[in-house]
Design a binder for this molecule. Structure first.
Ligand SMILES: Nc1ncnc2c1ncn2[C@@H]1O[C@H](COP(=O)(O)OP(=O)(O)OP(=O)(O)O)[C@@H](O)[C@H]1O
Ligand SMILES: C[C@H](O)[C@H](O)[C@@H](O)C(=O)CO
Ligand SMILES: [Mg+2]
Length: 470
């Protein structure tokens, strides 16, 4: 009898529940439920609506009955860095404030007055993003110190959903590393770092690895769902799950392309050398204590916001065609400029940047989209050069995974600009990685190596070569 597992993958723009199983030697995904996600203003902060998301999760689980499938387990992954605090009774003390909120503006620089940047990097190996959890906690300490005084549990977003399902509080390793509070070498909460920023260590939970079987869902939930199932921790940082699904890592640079573009390589150890710090690369934790040596690039968030600015009049596929028609538009922006993190209007932010840099100002939707795509490619090329400089080697392949790998224009632009072989897929890479982590834990797949062979055999990927000069 084939075993099914249920992956819940919630990204910054959309969430999905995918049933996973192995049929006739292939990994099979069946989409059960899909829903939108976005930040919402709650009072003065941009937050995530965790209540709405948990309702969607439960709604999706109940759909198993419609397809007469009873999954053995469920695992939830989401974006990184964001968290909630619970009191001793398990009540929420804080909203899940989004990393896009500006409450952390200037906080990183204040922290550097207490502990130098180089020390933080040497111990954690994590890139400096102003919204890292460490800076969010320091901001909270200033704005709402009582919440930290009362805090009994620190849970990142997926941890919180797992807690709601089981009543068990743990911090999963891959996502915990994104806080910039986990020591890259001990793999534990860095007590010296916490002490330096006066954050109490007691509220942090035991760090557990992907594949940990957390336990059955609460009885009342099993009754609500109509069946019981276990929670098995996937790599709960969505990008960590996505990277699991990259079938081959030799000579390969991956680009996890969604709301963010995460560009990097898989490594066996952390690289905390000065050049990696200077280039702001990260060493986020991966499955089996691998490392994800990568950097954040603003990503397709920009086109998501452009689409919103046009009142969702155009689909993502429309923007690709419109950009193709604007082939002579050449202006480029620095996509990692802070102004693009959460502008009121992305189109205006892009136009202002072009004006300030004396470039042609994009006016049509096609020109705006082409500017975004070309600017992302320029950033990818720079990051690839940095990776090859640090590793002192050339990588021959790029594997683009995630929703963004459906953008054939962007895939071709990357191949043209890098002169490397580009492979696009799997689209639902994160869900695939989530599913195989559960199947490994349940003994259905031997290990990550076998999982990657199965993934390679199960999903078609499309190749792109650099266009030959005419
Ligand atoms: N048909 C399409 N053509 C071109 N691009 C597409 C298409 N469908 C989706 N995309 C791109 O994929 C992006 C969404 O990717 P994905 O679904 O992986 O993101 P997510 O999981 O919601 O967010 P996160 O990156 O936080 O995980 C969209 O922003 C869009 O740019
Ligand atoms: C905020 C984080 O940088 C973000 O979640 C990124 O790590 C990611 O994984 C996006 O899917
Ligand atoms: Mg995603």
């Amino acid at each position: 009898m084939n075993k099914y597992v249920l992956a819940v993958d919630i990204g910054a723009s959309s969430g999905r529940l995918m049933l996973g199983s192995i049929h006739e030697g292939k990994l099979v995904l069946d989409e059960l439920h899909r829903f939108s996600n976005s930040i919402v203003k709650k009072g003065q902060y941009y937050c995530w609506d965790l209540h709405k998301l948990f309702v969607e999760i439960k709604q999706g689980i109940k759909k198993c009955q419609d397809v007469q499938v009873r999954p053995e387990s469920i695992g939830i992954d989401t974006w990184a860095v964001d968290f909630v605090l619970l009191d001793e009774n398990g009540n929420l003390l804080t909203e899940a404030v989004s990393y896009r909120d500006d409450r952390t503006d200037g906080v990183m620089e204040e922290v550097f007055q207490k502990i130098i940047k180089e020390r933080i990097y040497l111990e954690t190996g994590i890139q400096f993003q102003k919204f890292n959890t460490i800076y969010q906690l320091c901001a909270l300490k200033k704005s709402n110190p009582e919440s930290l005084d009362k805090a009994d549990k620190f849970l990142m977003v997926p941890d919180y959903f797992h807690y709601l399902l089981t009543g068990k509080a743990v911090n999963e390793y891959t996502n915990a590393t994104s806080t910039q509070l986990v020591n890259a070498f001990t793999k534990k909460w860095d007590k010296q770092l916490l002490d330096a920023v006066s954050i109490k260590p007691e509220m942090f939970q035991d760090i557990k690895m992907p594949g940990t079987i957390l336990g059955d869902v609460k009885e009342e939930l099993a009754e609500e769902f109509g069946f019981n199932l276990k929670v098995v921790l996937p790599a709960t940082h969505d990008t960590a799950s996505a990277v699991i699904s990259v079938p081959e890592h030799d000579e390969t640079i991956y680009i996890s392309s969604g709301t963010w573009s995460l560009i990097g390589v898989e490594n066996k150890f952390p690289i905390c050398v000065t050049k990696a710090l200077d280039y702001n690369f990260t060493n986020e934790g991966g499955i089996d204590y691998r490392f994800r040596f990568l950097k954040n690039i603003m990503g397709l968030w920009m086109i998501q916001e452009v689409r919103r600015n046009y009142d969702n009049e155009y689909s993502f596929a429309d923007f690709v065609e419109l950009a193709k028609a604007a082939k002579n538009f050449q202006s480029i922006v620095n996509v990692n400029d802070d102004r693009f993190l959460n502008p009121d209007n992305m189109i205006i932010a892009i136009q202002n940047y072009c004006a300030e840099t004396n470039q042609e100002i994009p006016v049509t939707p096609g020109e705006v989209a082409k500017c975004v795509y070309d600017s992302l490619v320029e950033c990818y090329v720079a990051a690839i050069d940095e990776i090859e400089e640090i590793f002192e080697k050339k990588f021959t392949k790029i594997n683009i995974i995630g929703g963004g790998c459906q953008n054939e224009l962007l895939n071709q632009l990357i191949a043209d600009a890098t002169k490397k072989q580009v492979f696009a897929g799997p689209v639902e890479a994160t869900a695939v990685g989530n599913i195989v982590s559960q199947l490994i834990a349940l003994g259905e797949i031997k290990d990550v190596h076998e999982a990657r062979k199965l993934i390679k055999h199960s999903f078609d990927v499309k190749g792109y070569e650099a266009a030959q000069p005419i």
